[in-house]
Structure formats: structure tokens, C-alpha cells
Ligand binder design. Structure first.
Ligand SMILES: NC(=O)c1ccc[n+]([C@@H]2O[C@H](COP(=O)([O-])OP(=O)(O)OC[C@H]3O[C@@H](n4cnc5c(N)ncnc54)[C@H](O)[C@@H]3O)[C@@H](O)[C@H]2O)c1
Length: 354
């Protein structure tokens, strides 16, 4: 197959590039290292691009901006992509407030450009869009919760498995990021429902893995490990550090994408995350990473929570599992953390030797 991956130097995109290249597919990557523009040098993804060039056989990276409609159309006109995986984004909740126009142009307009290019030049091709649980805004916070020693949890038995796709997406505060992603999410659904295209929308919880250029504003576990190993201070924003995230390894995300590409459905929405088994609160994550690294993490506490933050978010994976019975979580939280710690340590050793 010839596969187009946007955001190919990022966490999810790079996992896709390696995965599909390993299987012998041709992969065209689209990434202009805009993560550097959003987050500065710590967000730079060029190390990951260099790494990909070294480990792949059939990968063609293009320095292309998804906002450049004509260049995107030219690319799609000239190629015949058989799968489009759209991972390029301004991915941070908090960053969007400083750059609302850029955030919307990349997240909403960029997505529309890719959907329209696919419709015009390869309308039968499965298209997967990486959306986010932030499209639900604060609606998940309306569920009754109980406070436990180290985390919040759902109070009702019926909520135990977490948030499913029926959660409403409007009449709630999202943050501008949540709104630009919700716009893209809706337009992607429309290309499925209205035009009958094979568009799948994956609403991610915390997507993670060793190839994240983790920064304070995006990449929770990756950033926390960095803080532990560098002796910086980690700031906890509100909810006593008991807010819960569910974490999924980028490999398991790509396996779900692959399942969808095999049996696509038009305009279907799926929640995807680590589920209850891979859920952890900030307090618990700090303790676990301290245990694994032997380092003491200095934490600072700010009473004010982040705007639109989830108090307890666990992705209900029921629909994904039902539609794709071959899919499941293969990496536990401890395996994920171990891999992030090992990668970060190795990178630090390499940097120290250089
Ligand atoms: N990582 C998470 O926790 C998480 C959670 C929920 C949803 N998501 C979504 O998953 C997708 C992938 O996230 P990620 O963690 O891999 O992000 P990432 O920031 O690691 O990767 C995104 C990549 O897109 C590139 N990019 C940004 N703007 C671009 C543009 N205009 N043109 C071309 N390339 C551009 C960046 O340089 C970066 O390499 C995003 O859509 C994100 O919103 C991520």
C-alpha cells in the first residue's frame, strides 16, 4: 500500500511510519516540524525524523504544511494513497489560548484540506483522523465522582468503564483547542456521513510512548519522566493532583488504525485510550516514576486547575473492541513507563557523550 501520514515526525505519526514501513508499505510523511514553532526547542521533532530515516526503507518525508491547500492538493493529485492517517495538529489544550488563529487553521482548516484532497483524488481510501477527548469539553466532569486517597474515580457502577461516544460535545467549555478539534471532528464525520467516505474518527485519551517530544504543555508522562531525570520542578494544576488520565501506547493506537483500515465504516467515531487498566492519577504517576527512576520529583501545587481540564477521564473502549475484536491493549502502564524511562535515559547519555 501507499500510505500518507501527516504529523509523521510526531508521536503517533512516527509510530505509524515505522509500523507500516516494517510491513513493506510505502509511506509518504507530511510534517513541517511545526511542533518546534508551538513549543520551542524542547518540542523540536527533527531528532525523530533523523531516527526514522535511519530505521525505515520506504519512507519519503515531505516538509509540507497541511495549511497549504494547493500543495496538499498537488500531492494527492499526483499520488494514489490507499490509506490516509491524519495526525498533524496543534495538540495542546493550553497553548491554543496564545495562538487561537494558528490553532484553528492547523486543526480545523488543515483537516478540511486533507479530507477534501482525499475526496477529490482518492475518495474510496480509508481516512483516519486523530481527534481528542477534549471534544467532550467539561461534560465528563459532570459525572458523580468519589475522592479516594490518591485519585478521583467514578461514583456510579454504570460509569466504571469510563466515557463512551454518547457523551455530548456541546454546551460545555472545551478550551480553544477542544473547539478547533471538535470542528475538525464534526467535519470529518460529515465526510463520512454526507459523502459516504470511509472516515474514522479516533478520540484519544492520553496517547504516549517513547518517541514523544514531551513538553510541559503536551505529553504528560513523557514530560514527567523528563522532569524526574533533570531535577526540574513539576507543576500540578488543581484537583489535588488526583486527576486521572488513561494512557495508551502509540503502538496500540496504530494497531487500531490498521483494524479500521481493514474494515472501515463511514464517519464512525471511537474513543481510544488506555482504558481503566492503564489509568493513573498525577499523584500516582509521580510516585511510580520516582520508584522506577530512583529520583525524587519536586512538585509545585497551583490551586487553579487548567481550564477545561478533566477530573477523571477513562476512555470506554467498548465500541472499539466490539467493532474490532482483534484489537486490544497490549502494553501495560508499567511497560509504557519503563520504555519512556529507558529511552529518555539513553537519549541523555547520548547527549552527554556528544
Ligand atoms: N498525545 C496525546 O496525548 C494526544 C491525545 C489526544 C489526541 N491526540 C491527537 O493525536 C494526534 C497526534 O498527536 P501527537 O501526540 O502525535 O502530536 P505531536 O505534536 O507529537 O505530533 C504532531 C506532528 O504534527 C506536526 N505538525 C503540526 N502542525 C503541522 C502542519 N501545519 N503541517 C504539517 N505538520 C504539522 C508537528 O510538527 C508534529 O511533528 C493529534 O491530532 C493530537 O491532537 C494526541
Amino acid at each position: 500500500m501507499h500510505i500518507a501520514v501527516t504529523g509523521s515526525s510526531g508521536l503517533i505519526g512516527s509510530e505509524a511510519v515505522e509500523h507500516f514501513d516494517r510491513q513493506g508499505h510505502r509511506v509518504t510523511g507530511i510534517d513541517n516540524n511545526m511542533r518546534h514553532v508551538f513549543f520551542g526547542p524542547a518540542g523540536d521533532t527533527s531528532w525523530n525524523l533523523a531516527r526514522l530515516k535511519g530505521v525505515t526503507r520506504n519512507f519519503r518525508p515531505l516538509d509540507l504544511d497541511i495549511r497549504e491547500r494547493e500543495r496538499i492538493f498537488d500531492l494527492f493529485r499526483g499520488e494514489r494513497f490507499e490509506l490516509v492517517l491524519h495526525c498533524a495538529a496543534q495538540p495542546s489544550h493550553d497553548k491554543a489560548r496564545e495562538i487561537p488563529l494558528l490553532d484553528f487553521e492547523v486543526n480545523a482548516l488543515g483537516t478540511l484540506n486533507l479530507l477534501e484532497a482525499t475526496r477529490q483524488f482518492c475518495a474510496e481510501t480509508p481516512f483516519v483522523f486523530l481527534s481528542t477527548n477534549k471534544v467532550y469539553g467539561e461534560a465528563p466532569n459532570e459525572l458523580p465522582l468519589v475522592e479516594r486517597e490518591t485519585r478521583y474515580d467514578y461514583a456510579r457502577v454504570e460509569d466504571y468503564e469510563g466515557i463512551d461516544e454518547n457523551c455530548r460535545i456541546d454546551r460545555t467549555m472545551h478550551s480553544l483547542f477542544g473547539a478547533s478539534k471538535a470542528a475538525a471532528d464534526l467535519v470529518a464525520q460529515e465526510y463520512g456521513r454526507y459523502f459516504g467516505m470511509n472516515v474514522g474518527i479516533f478520540r484519544g485519551g492520553c496517547l504516549t510512548g517513547p518517541n514523544h517530544s514531551g513538553v510541559e504543555l503536551h505529553g504528560f508522562l513523557s514530560y514527567l519522566v523528563k522532569v524526574a531525570l533533570t531535577g526540574q520542578t513539576y507543576t500540578i494544576f488543581g484537583y489535588k493532583g488526583k486527576q486521572v488520565r488513561d494512557n495508551i501506547h502509540s503502538h496500540d493506537v496504530i494497531c487500531a488504525v490498521e483494524e479500521f483500515a481493514r474494515n472501515p465504516r463511514a464517519g464512525e467515531v471511537y474513543n481510544i485510550g488506555g482504558g481503566r487498566q492503564n489509568s493513573i492519577s498525577i499523584l500516582e504517576a509521580v510516585a511510580r516514576i520516582e520508584e522506577m527512576t530512583g529520583a525524587k520529583i519536586r512538585c509545585e501545587y497551583h490551586e487553579q486547575p487548567r481550564i477545561g481540564d478533566h477530573i477523571c477521564y477513562i476512555s470506554n473502549l467498548g465500541k472499539l473492541r466490539e467493532h474490532f475484536p482483534n484489537w486490544g491493549i497490549t502494553r501495560s502502564l508499567d511497560q509504557i513507563l519503563k520504555e519512556i524511562v529507558e529511552t529518555e535515559m539513553a537519549q541523555r547519555q547520548t547527549a552527554a557523550r556528544a
